[in-house]
Each structure stands twice: as structure tokens, then as C-alpha cells.
Design a protein around this ligand. Structure first.
Ligand code: PEP
Ligand code: MG
Length: 552
């Protein structure tokens, strides 16, 4: 976001100029400061050595794998204790899944075979993990992305076999800003209370680092080139909204930033009520969730229920009954819910669909387009949503992802309405849809703008590519003009047009989006207080002025 136009709320206007700094992509709001500590790197594998006692090497293999699994389970239990009652069990689940990978008997058997073939324990483990990694990567899609998790396990197991410290989180005995090239799910999930903020060289807005940092309410900046070159102990400040890192802050400045942040959080936590500009113009504050576990109080409903998150690892299609149960659980706890039908493809492959690999998956059969080849999937899901809504009496709205043409919108609306679903909408995620927002609104009752994909397709920049973070920035005028066009179409039709991409949770952009005319903002629960506050600081006319500046 251009700073001269809209300074981040909570950022003191008279903050001293940073003596030096870096800029990455702010992915989890808040500010923090303190000494940085880098994560221990992976162990260096020494040259292979002749094996004198194969039995002893086999024991080392077993112990190393067991130690990795036990460590992950210990951290899972700690993560579970930390989050119990808050519903945030993502970390524990990730750690448990990794522990199961470390326990895989086939992996152990392969490593042991390596020893029997003459390798020492460390090399046998290295080779077995590498083979498993290749096999997983060859599967592509979601499972292919899990291949990187195996590298993390390999480094831990090899370190155990070599008797060197396991790579992973530092434990300096004082609060610190964690700096790393990238964070594995195991690292991110095991973060202790002494971590003030996260900064990584790699990663994007949808990386594990980003998702878990938001879940924990930790400020985080990703795609920050060069940050790992700073020495341990260097004092830095981190702005999780603007992505700015100032280097060389004094201890006193760091203490002041932490103090300001904790007062700011206390102030935000005390705010409540519906989203309103300073002069009372309503902008609904809604939640993005992947399951009932993500629900939190304080918002006005659910603006995006990503139903595919329920079924990401499934090999069999979820049955009608299973789906009814999952939707019912959410409908019972939230008054108004916008359910998005399954959004499969690219970053969210659903193995149970059995879709063939594609040359260019982001432009292929994804989102609503799956309906072209497997229409029964959408029919079953709409049946299940309608049934859960009937059973609970919930105000259930439904919307389709990746809609491109008015004809697609019309077909989706017809099928949803035929089942008695009262409010039917579509997501605007491709420029063609934004440019025909008025035509789409002739077919449906509302639009929800997915700025994550709309940025990807508007700027022809892969949303997972850390090197293209600047092109994915939703505050660019071209993207905001598309948002404005949709909002204007909504105003003319008298129908709601919301934003549910990550941009909606950015307190700097929120007044701009309100000024463009969007009627709701749907975001990760942790973002709600700051966005509510940002809206309340500006009149509608001030929001419009910001929108004019931002789209110029
Ligand atoms: C989006 O694309 O902005 C969106 C909300 O959908 P997802 O991030 O799930 O693709
Ligand atoms: Mg999307």
C-alpha cells in the first residue's frame, strides 16, 4: 500500500526514520521489535564412512526416527495445551501428521535396507527420505507440496543420527524475532510464547507461515529478501501490515514499540459491534473459515466458508451425509453463512476428484469448472447445503468460485434455487467476471470478490510465487478499479458486493474498499478488530477520498 496515501493505523506518524531496513510482504498484522534469532540450518552430511557394525547402525536409524516422532508428539501436545479452548488446533494436527510420517514403517524399512546395503545410518536415512520425497513430489498437487515436509523430517533424523543439534527453533531464553529462510509446518506449529514475530526470506500470503501466524496473532512478514544475512542478536522492528523491517532499533525503541503494540491490542480488543464508518455507514465484518473450529465471536457472520478445506486429504468423495454433518456444525454456530462450493485445483487440489494433471492448472479445470467434467459433485454438495440449512433454519447463502461468464452464473443460480437455497452468488476472481459484474448481477443475488485470485489473474502473477509479491499487492490501482466496477454494479442493482480475499483483512485497505462501495469485508478472525477500528476512524466521504487517490 503506498504509505503517503494511507498510513497504517497504529503506526506513529512521528516514528523515527529507520536507520536501514528491508521490505517484505506483511501477512499477519501487528508490530513487534527485539533481537532476531535465526533458525539453525540443516545438518551437513559428512562423507560416507565404512560400516563396521551394521547392528549398531540399525539401532541408530531406529532411534533417530523415534526421536523425531517423539519430539513432534511432544510439541503437538504443547501446541494442543496452548490452544485448547480456543479451537485453534491446526498446529497440533500438523505436528501429529508429521509424526505419523516419521513413524512410517516403509520409510524405516528402506533406511534399514540402506544400512544392510552398506550405508552408515545418516546416509541411509538421507537416501530413504530422498526416495520418499521424489515419490511424493511425482504425485503433484497438494501431496506434492507435502514433499517439502519430508525434507524437514530428514534434516531432523539425520541430525539425530549424526549426534548434532536438531535444526529448528532457537531457545535463547529471552523473547526474540524469529528469522528463517522459510518455516516448515513443524517449526511454525511448535513456536513458543517467546517468539515476538516471524520474518522469512521465502513464503507467500498463503504459506503455512502466513496462515499459522495469523492464527496465533503473531506479526509476520514473508518474502523478505536478504533478512537471513543479519547477525543473531541484531535488533529489528517488524510491521506485519506494511511488511517493513527496520534494522538497528535501540533496546529502548524496541521496548516502546512492544508497549505501544500491547496497548493497541488491548484497545482493539475492547472494540465491538458491527462494522461502521465514523458516520455510521455499515460495512459488514464477516469471517473466513475452513471449518466450525475456526469460528470466533465478534463478527457479523461468515462471509467465506471454504468447504474444500474439510476434504483436502480425502481419497474418496465425501458422502451427502458427511457433508450435511459438516455444514450443520457450522450453521448451528453462526447466524449467517456464505458457503462456497468446492474450490478445487492448483493450490487446493482434491485427490478424490481424480482429475488428470494439467499443463497449466491455474488456467485449467478449477473452481466451478470442475462441474464441466463432474456435475454430480456440485449437485450432491448443493443438496447437502440445502438439507443442512433446512435442518438448522440457518440463513445459508451459497456461492461458486472461479466463475467467468454470466452463463455459468445463471446455471449455478438455477441449480441452487431449485433446491430452495434463497441467496445465490458468485465469486469474482477473474477479470472477465469483474468486467461483466452488471451482467452477473442479473443472474445472482450477490458478488464476493476474491482478491487473492483476482490479483493473480489480473497481473498474470502466480499467487504462490514469493518473487512476485509486489505484483500480487491488491492495493494496485488496476485491481482496485476492478473492485470499484463490481461495487458500482452492485449499487446500481441494489445487491451486496463484498470482498473475501486477504485484502479484506488489511486495515489500511479496508477504508479504501469501503470507499469503493463494497458492502462487506470477510477475513481471518484475528483481523476483525483492526479492520473494525480502521473503518470507525474515517467517514464515508474520507473513505471515498482514499478510494479516489488509490485508483488514480
Ligand atoms: C480469493 O481467491 O481471494 C479467495 C478468497 O479464494 P481462495 O483464497 O480460497 O482461492
Ligand atoms: Mg480464490
Amino acid at each position: 500500500m503506498p504509505d503517503e496515501a494511507v498510513p497504517a493505523p497504529g503506526t506513529p506518524a512521528d516514528a523515527p526514520a529507520a536507520p536501514g531496513g528491508f521490505t517484505g510482504l506483511g501477512v499477519s498484522p501487528g508490530r513487534a521489535a527485539g533481537p532476531l534469532m535465526r533458525m539453525a540450518g540443516p545438518p551437513v552430511l559428512p562423507p560416507a564412512r565404512p560400516v563396521a557394525d551394521a547392528g549398531a547402525e540399525l539401532a541408530v536409524v531406529g532411534k533417530a526416527l523415534e526421536a523425531v516422532a517423539a519430539d513432534l508428539r511432544r510439541r503437538s501436545a504443547a501446541a494442543h495445551d496452548r490452544t485448547s479452548g480456543s479451537g485453534g488446533d491446526d498446529a497440533a494436527e500438523i505436528l501429529d501428521a508429521l509424526a505419523m510420517m516419521a513413524d512410517d514403517p516403509m520409510l524405516r524399512e528402506e533406511a534399514e535396507q540402506g544400512v544392510r546395503d552398506g550405508l552408515d545410518a545418516a546416509h541411509a536415512l538421507d537416501a530413504a527420505f530422498n526416495r520418499h520425497r521424489e515419490a511424493l513430489a511425482a504425485l503433484g498437487g497438494y501431496l506434492g507440496e507435502r514433499a517439502a515436509d519430508l525434507d524437514d523430517l530428514k534434516h531432523r533424523a539425520v541430525a539425530g543420527a549424526l549426534g548434532v543439534p536438531m535444526p529448528g527453533l532457537p531457545a535463547p531464553g529471552h523473547p526474540y524475532v524469529l528469522v528463517a529462510e522459510d518455516l516448515s509446518p513443524a517449526d511454525t506449529a511448535g513456536l513458543g510464547a517467546d517468539v515476538l514475530a516471524l520474518v522469512t526470506e521465502k513464503g507467500g500470503p498463503t504459506s503455512h507461515t502466513a496462515i499459522l501466524a495469523r492464527g496465533r496473532g503473531l506479526p509476520a512478514v514473508v518474502a523478505c529478501a536478504g533478512i537471513t544475512e543479519l547477525a543473531d542478536g541484531t535488533y529489528i522492528s517488524v510491521n506485519g501490515v506494511s511488511g517493513e523491517i527496520a534494522v538497528g532499533v535501540t533496546e529502548a525503541e524496541a521496548a516502546r514499540i512492544l508497549d505501544e503494540e500491547s496497548r493497541e491490542r488491548a484497545r482493539l480488543a475492547a472494540t465491538s459491534g458491527p462494522g461502521r464508518t465514523a458516520d455510521g455507514h455499515p460495512v459488514k465484518l464477516l469471517l473466513n473459515i475452513g471449518s466450525a473450529a475456526d469460528l470466533r465471536p465478534g463478527a457479523e457472520g461468515v462471509g467465506l466458508f471454504r468447504t474444500e478445506f474439510l476434504f483436502l486429504d480425502r481419497k474418496q468423495a465425501p458422502s451427502f451425509e458427511e457433508q450435511v454433518a459438516a455444514y450443520t456444525e457450522v450453521f448451528r454456530q453462526a447466524e449467517q453463512v456464505v458457503v462456497r462450493t468446492l474450490d478445487a485445483g492448483t493450490d487446493k487440489p482434491l485427490p478424490f476428484l481424480g482429475l488428470p494433471p494439467e499443463h497449466n492448472p491455474a488456467l485449467g479445470i478449477r473452481g466451478l469448472r470442475v462441474d464441466r467434467v463432474l456435475p454430480e459433485v456440485l449437485d450432491t454438495q448443493l443438496d447437502a447445503i440445502a438439507e443442512a440449512a433446512r435442518a438448522t433454519g440457518a440463513d445459508a447463502w451459497v456461492m461458486a468460485p472461479m466463475v467467468t461468464t454470466p452463463a455459468e452464473a445463471a446455471d449455478f443460480a438455477r441449480r441452487a434455487r431449485a433446491r430452495g437455497i434463497g441467496r445465490v452468488g458468485v465469486m469474482v476472481e477473474v477479470p472477465a467476471a469483474a468486467l461483466q459484474a452488471d451482467r452477473l448481477l442479473e443472474e445472482v443475488d450477490f458478488l464476493s470478490i476474491g482478491t487473492n485470485d483476482l490479483s493473480q489473474y489480473t497481473f498474470a502473477a502466480d499467487r504462490q510465487h514469493p518473487g512476485l509479491a509486489d505484483l500480487l499487492d491488491p492495493s494496485q490501482p488496476a485491481l482496485l478499479r476492478l473492485v470499484g466496477a463490481c461495487a458500482e454494479a452492485g449499487r446500481a442493482a441494489g445487491k451486496p458486493v463484498g470482498v473475501c480475499g486477504e485484502a479484506a483483512g488489511d486495515p489500511v485497505l479496508a477504508p479504501v474498499l469501503a470507499g469503493l462501495g463494497v458492502t462487506s469485508l470477510s477475513m481471518a478472525p484475528v483481523c476483525v478488530p483492526a479492520v473494525r477500528d480502521a473503518l470507525a476512524r474515517h467517514t464515508l466521504e474520507e473513505c471515498r477520498e482514499r478510494a479516489r487517490t488509490a485508483t488514480a
